[in-house]
Ligand binder design. Structure first.
Ligand code: G4P
Length: 527
């Protein structure tokens, strides 16, 4: 159905990313409180995947299941509809996070002022930069002693490769943290209360030259703040929205999420500058959100852990037009028509059936096994939305079928779990054996458990010491490729999309193969 421009323009769909513990959950919760989507602090927290319980995978899966409820958190703010897509913080689920990033229009990166830029943040920002996703940085935990502001910005530029432009600057830090000066609004907000969990009381100054600054901050902090803000103005580029939207300039905010300080400044600026739903690339063409015909793609699939209810929920982002309940749409990969009677929206505390959804919205579709990640739905056009490439797994094991009577069930189970994106599977060319690759060790347990309980198949694993998977580009020189196939049979495999993959034992062995087989094009991702 025709696009509803008014609804489209109201949408702001984004994700918050961070290294675990930087404060993503706390920030999400404060944003939801501002939007009135939740009433009490702690509502989001209870759904969070605990970071320590790696031994108890069932518990983590269960918690991951619960987190379906918080997959999308929507709230209204200043007349806009803000959709926050939840990105799991647990490292073992970072592929879920990568995929969710295909469905957002911008991101906020949370960094802990004491820890600086951490590994997972680097990986996630790299994925965003490939897509030129607009990025805002929030430096959190200013109520604690941390790194010097300027040093931290240098670190953000060096490690994340971002050009930064501070839109707020802290007055002091740790015990001396007194507030933030907003360069965006030209306002200093001083922070009165200092208790954890309490909302901050603010005193506002419009001008840093105001004499009351000395009274409020003391001579030394007042001078320091004036000098630092001047320096920020000299050293960093001015904010330029076009550059931000092109992913070329990242505004930076400072604050303390737990104390709710600096959060409203972040949110107010975010709703002013963040992009409305963006166009999305399909293999065939760019799809604009303003197009009249509906289109969308599945970026995440959640299985029900209860074996009695084998249904799954496919999360679909609307890309163009208007999605309507009980309307027939084309499932492009399968070439069949599908109709959805109970499309669901997931909000922080409630789940409801939706009649219509607009570009930027995410809808949960109940699915009995039709969908796989990346699938497109349209009104009839054959569009295949481009996802993000697969990255090499970090751990590999060979699957061993422990119950040969259940081979069929095993094959089906493996295919469905891979469709959900639980792990990657490779089939070795030399002997046809199945190799599973994951980011964390936890997934191996999850897969074995689910194969047994949902499909009745029993597996064990043979350890495999591999460094990384490299995709071999089809455009490689045919002679070199033939030679590679002849000499390196045991290293070659196919992924589930039948793309040729080289499984390298070590960086050294990889280098040797690369040197020996010039003309072969090696890729560290599937694209
Ligand atoms: P995450 O989702 O990124 O993993 O981080 P989360 O929000 O859970 O925050 C991690 C820890 O950091 C939590 O403490 C949280 O209270 C604390 N935190 C968040 N923002 C701030 C801040 O601005 N200042 C300070 N000092 N701490 C902050 P925890 O002890 O793990 O949990 P809890 O017992 O406080 O709930």
């Amino acid at each position: 159905m025709a696009v509803n421009l008014k609804e489209l323009k109201r949408r702001r769909t984004f994700g918050i990313i961070s290294h675990p513990d930087a404060g993503k959950t706390t920030l999400t919760e404060k944003l939801l409180l501002f939007g009135g989507a939740i009433q009490i602090a702690g509502a989001v927290k209870s759904n969070k995947i605990k970071k320590t319980a790696t031994s108890d995978f069932m518990d983590i899966e269960r918690q991951r299941g619960i987190s379906v409820a918080t997959s999308v958190m929507a709230f209204d703010y200043r007349g806009l509809k803000v959709n926050i897509l939840d990105t799991p913080g647990h490292k073992d689920f970072s592929e879920d996070t990568y995929r969710t990033l295909t469905a957002v229009d911008s991101v906020i990166v949370v960094i802990d002022v004491a820890k600086g830029v951490e590994e997972q943040t680097e990986n996630l920002v790299r994925v965003c930069r490939r897509r030129n996703t607009p990025i805002i940085v929030f430096i959190n935990k200013m109520d604690r002693e941390g790194k010097d502001g300027f040093d931290l910005l240098d670190e953000v530029e060096a490690k994340l490769g971002l050009n930064v432009c501070p839109l707020s600057w802290p007055a002091g830090m740790g015990q001396r943290f007194r507030g933030v000066y907003s360069l965006y609004e030209s306002q200093l907000k001083l922070f009165k209360a200092h208790g954890k969990g309490e909302d901050a009381e603010t005193v506002i100054f419009g001008d840093l030259d105001d004499d009351r600054l000395e009274t409020e901050l003391g001579d030394s902090l007042a001078t320091e703040l004036r000098e630092e803000v001047n320096m920020v103005r000299e050293v960093y580029p001015e904010f330029d929205r076009e550059k931000y939207l092109a992913g070329e300039l990242s505004p930076v905010f400072f604050g303390s999420a737990i104390n709710n300080f600096g959060v409203r400044e972040l949110l107010d600026c975010f709703v002013d500058i963040a992009p409305t739903p963006l166009a999305r690339p399909a293999e065939e063409r760019m799809v604009k959100p303003t197009e009249d015909k509906f289109s969308g793609f599945v970026f995440k699939i959640h299985a029900n852990m209860d074996p009695k209810h084998r249904d799954r929920i496919a999360f679909m982002r609307v890309c163009s037009g208007t999605f309507e309940r009980n309307t027939k749409y084309l499932h492009v990969r399968q070439g069949k028509q599908m109709r959805f009677s109970n499309p669901t929206s997931f909000m922080a505390e409630k789940k409801e059936v939706v009649d219509e959804a607009f570009p930027g919205d995410v809808v949960g579709l109940y699915d009995s096994g039709n969908f796989k990640i990346g699938d497109s739905l349209t009104e009839g056009e054959e569009l295949n939305f481009r996802g993000i490439p697969q990255f090499s797994p970090e751990q590999f094991r060979i699957v061993h079928n422990d119950d040969p009577m259940k081979s069929k069930q095993l094959a089906k189970g493996l295919v469905q779990l891979m469709d959900e994106g639980v792990a990657q599977m490779f089939t070795r060319e030399s002997d046809g054996r199945k190799i599973i690759g994951t980011v964390g060790a936890l997934q191996f347990e999850v897969i074995a458990y689910r194969l047994e309980h949902e499909y009745g198949a029993k597996v064990s694993y043979e350890p495999m010491s591999l460094h990384k998977a490299y995709w071999i580009d089809e455009a490689s020189d045919p002679v070199a490729l033939k030679e590679l196939r002849a000499r390196r049979k045991n290293n070659l495999a196919y992924d589930t999309e039948k793309r040729l993959v080289y499984l390298a034992e070590s960086p050294w062995m990889l280098k040797m193969a690369q040197d020996q087989h010039e003309g072969v094009i090696w890729r560290d991702t599937s694209e």
